[in-house]
Design a protein around this ligand. Structure first.
Ligand code: PLP
Length: 460
């Protein structure tokens, strides 16, 4: 094996890392890259042999935990048998047909077909094209605008990056793309008026959505895209009544609902999908991450009956469905997904996320809710967040220069726990693998607590 200094040097001089301050990395100010060398269960290990609890499951994706040989074997079996074939012009593989049958049966809404990509971003790009295609085919070519929410996260490609509702993903990138609009975030803690209940806040957000649709002209609005639980924008479950109010508005103006289940799908919230948990009836569903637990790149744009029926009906007139990637429906990815979903079923990981998740929130609230720098502790299933503020009464934020969230995350990391400083405000995010045990939850919460106390002492 190459020595670690050579790896670090090669990496520093050749890899363009996502979400990394380029100058600080190039000059060594933020140290060497972490060379991740192995993983088992909820832990990863670096090349120097240091072990970390991964309290964020990679990027909320390694739901079945690291080192599952069943998946490695399924991948190897498929690679030996047939490493690649495409799905253009009605080609398929056994693994892909099996996976698609499974997904259509388990997906929320009235699912009909699955279109495969490689990432959540490209799947949302596909969803936008499906909305445009559907409305062109049914003679409503103006009905193309897509509404997402401030603080929503849908990816980083041109359209998905535009759907993402945080300006720092747009700045200097020439985004958002015209025709992608944003409405208010479903964040009760920050968005509600003093004394406003969750229910009335939800009604207000739905009324704002309706105003936007009416202002733009309902004949121009094609779809609304949202995560059932706001993820990267702050790990925020919806306020009570939100989804029922929003769906009433969408139905009134014939606007499609795209549920971005990239994080929530396959058990993260303690339900099979976030849509199931909140009574959403999406027309289009985006899945990725948990679908393969990160063992292989794969995403899906699941197309509901309402949209698919129009596509099939128009086919004689418009010809082939002209959208696809070389790697759409890759057989190794399909084999990995089937092996992962087998584990999710066999080990009842969805129910586990619900019960261990309840324990997690109990422990999180016990340890953190009373701390003087904690504004809110929230989450659902195995998704959790702590929001830090300088003043709990007035909800005054910390000076961003203090980098409170990032410092607590760093202090936790120094103790061997990876939890994520979320990009918007001082928020610590938790999303451990769904195989986490209650004892490991105790360890995670305890390490996070000690890291927080350390930074509180530094701030005092
Ligand atoms: N949608 C949601 C809800 C996500 O959280 C993410 C990634 O975190 C994406 C889409 C984009 O997925 P990817 O990073 O695979 O492109």
């Amino acid at each position: 094996m190459i020595d670690v200094n050579t790896i670090a040097e090669r990496d520093r001089s050749t890899v363009l890392h996502p979400f990394t301050q380029l100058k600080d990395f190039a000059t060594g100010k933020i140290g060497d890259p972490t060379i991740v060398a192995g993983g088992k269960g909820i832990r990863i290990e670096d090349a120097q042999g240091r072990s970390y609890i991964d309290g964020f499951a990679g990027l909320y994706c390694v739901n079945i935990g690291y080192g599952r040989t069943e998946v490695a074997e399924a991948i190897a079996r498929q690679a030996y048998k047939l490493a690649y074939y495409h799905t253009y012009a009605a080609h398929t593989t056994e693994e892909l047909a099996t996976l698609s049958d499974r997904l259509v049966r388990m997906a929320p809404g009235k699912a009909s077909k699955v279109f495969y990509g490689l990432s959540g971003s490209d799947a949302n790009e596909t969803q936008a094209k499906l909305v445009w295609y559907y409305n062109n085919l049914r003679g409503q070519p103006k009905k193309k605008k897509i509404i997402s929410r401030e603080r929503g996260y849908h990816g980083c490609s041109v359209i998905s990056g535009s759907m993402t509702g945080m300006s720092f993903y747009h700045d200097y990138m020439g985004l958002p793309f015209p025709g992608i609009l944003h409405t208010g975030t479903p964040h009760h803690y920050w968005g509600a008026e003093p004394g406003e209940t969750q229910e009335s806040f939800s009604r207000r957000r739905a009324a704002e959505l309706e105003e936007l649709i009416v202002r733009e002209g309902p004949e121009t609005i094609g779809a609304f895209i949202a995560e059932p639980v706001l993820g990267t924008g702050g790990i925020t479950p919806p306020p009570a009544g939100y989804w029922s109010e929003i769906q009433t508005v969408l139905r009134r103006y014939d606007v499609l609902l795209i549920a971005d289940e990239v994080i929530c799908g396959f058990g993260r919230t303690g339900a099979d999908f976030g849509s199931t948990l909140y009574g959403m009836e999406p027309d289009l569903v985006t899945v990725a991450k948990g679908l393969t637990s990160g063992y292989f790149p794969l995403s899906g744009a699941i197309v509901g009956e309402r949209v698919y029926a129009v596509m099939e009906e128009a086919a004689d007139r418009v010809g082939a469905f002209s959208h696809g990637y070389t790697y759409s429906g890759h057989p190794i990815a399909a084999a990995a997904a089937n092996a992962v979903l087998d584990i999710v079923e066999k080990e009842r990981l969805i129910g586990r996320a619900r019960t261990v998740g309840s324990y997690f929130h109990l422990r999180l609230r016990e340890r953190f809710a009373q701390l003087e720098i904690v504004g809110e502790v929230r989450g659902v299933g195995l998704l959790g967040a702590i929001e830090f503020v300088a003043d709990r009464q007035t909800k005054r934020r910390f000076d961003p220069e203090l980098k409170v969230g990032a410092r607590i995350s760093k202090a936790a990391r120094d103790r061997g726990l990876i939890i994520r400083a979320m990009p918007h405000g001082d928020i610590l995010g938790f999303a451990p693998p769904l195989v986490v045990t209650e004892t490991e939850i105790d360890e995670i919460v305890d390490m996070a607590y000690r890291a927080t106390k350390q930074v509180m002492d530094e701030l005092a």
